[in-house]
Design a protein around this ligand. Sequence first.
Ligand code: ATP
Ligand code: MG
Length: 393
Amino acid sequence: MQYKSFLIKYAEIGTKGKNRYLFEDALIKQMKRALKNVEGQFVISKESGRIYVDTEGEYDYDEAVDALKRVFGIVWICPMVQFEDRDYENIKKQAVAYMDEVYPDKRLTFKVNARRGDKSYPHMSEEINRDVGEVILNAFPEMKVDVHHPDVLLHVEVRKKVSIYSLMIPGAGGMPVGTNGKAMLLLSGGIDSPVAGWMIAKRGVKIDAVYFHAPPYTSERAKQKVVDLARLVARYSGPIALHIVNFTDIQLYIYDKCPHEELTIIMRRYMMRIAEQIANDTGCIGLITGESIGQVASQTMQSLLCTNDACSLPVYRPLIGFDKQEIVDISEKIDTYETSVLPYEDCCTIFVAKHPVTKPNLNVIRKSERNLEEKIDEMVAEAIRTKEVVWCD
Ligand code: ATP
Ligand code: MG
């Protein structure tokens, strides 16, 4: 069956009432973005509680479904047959034709599930269930009705048009990007931060990102890897402005002036400070990191306390309670894993101490940072001034 249309079902949680149109419009905008690069012509329309995608001419079905699967806010993608002629006999005829074409092997059980979106339609849902069921049974004697566990649940929706569908492909869930604020993701080349960004974008949040690199200690390839990861996340979240900050001088300065076992924590605090400044300059109202309690020395509760203390914007850490394997599973699902495990150097690992503190004391850390007073503000300002922005779409 070459489907010409799709019925898109979305979650309605928190979107009832006045704000519903905002949610629908954001969803349609994201669907258009996702379908932009798919071969074919797509027309998206809405009708109370439903969004339809109509195709014109040839199009790539698999690519279109994959694109829609990446749109947050969609719960089900249903390839369907839709027609305007609501004549009762026509509906029956179309239902039989649908079953014939979609299910060449007729040895199956089914149930008709009719719904009248338009309550003025002269036939009740129960009546449609019965009558459509009957014509299908008459046309295909091998088929049987099973009202409890049917192989095929045939939906017949009567609205301005009639929609018939039985396939329901799970969507990404969540909320459409653009229905919430914007946040700044601290994106490294690792496994965790792309997953963290994906998770927050899934809640409708628009995302920008910041990456700290340390040339010549970190290579051009390591930077390209982060650009690639941002592009992979952008397939779900929409375009990401990636701010690339040269962190080398700051790292060397900290290395020179502070105890080596505190290096990672102090570095992380400067990352948060710089990320916060860029966030404030670009309209982001939160930071996102890939931290998870206890994963490494810099992510113990004590370390997180010290990192958190360096900024005042809320820091969203969606992976905080996840085990590594759970994070890996998501990264595989969203296709970032293979890029994340490419073995390029990371600025955090280059200057890392042999025995980093695992229970840093905030007062001690603050005191160590006083050694930086002479130059650090100017260095931070310089790092922000000289940052490069890559548009990842
Ligand atoms: P990831 O897999 O995301 O790199 P990680 O397990 O390597 O995380 P850390 O290196 O301690 O953990 O980093 C913790 C978080 O700090 C990362 O998830 C990321 O949000 C941020 N971060 C670390 N290094 C960088 C960097 N070079 N640029 C931007 N953000 C970074
Ligand atoms: Mg890392």
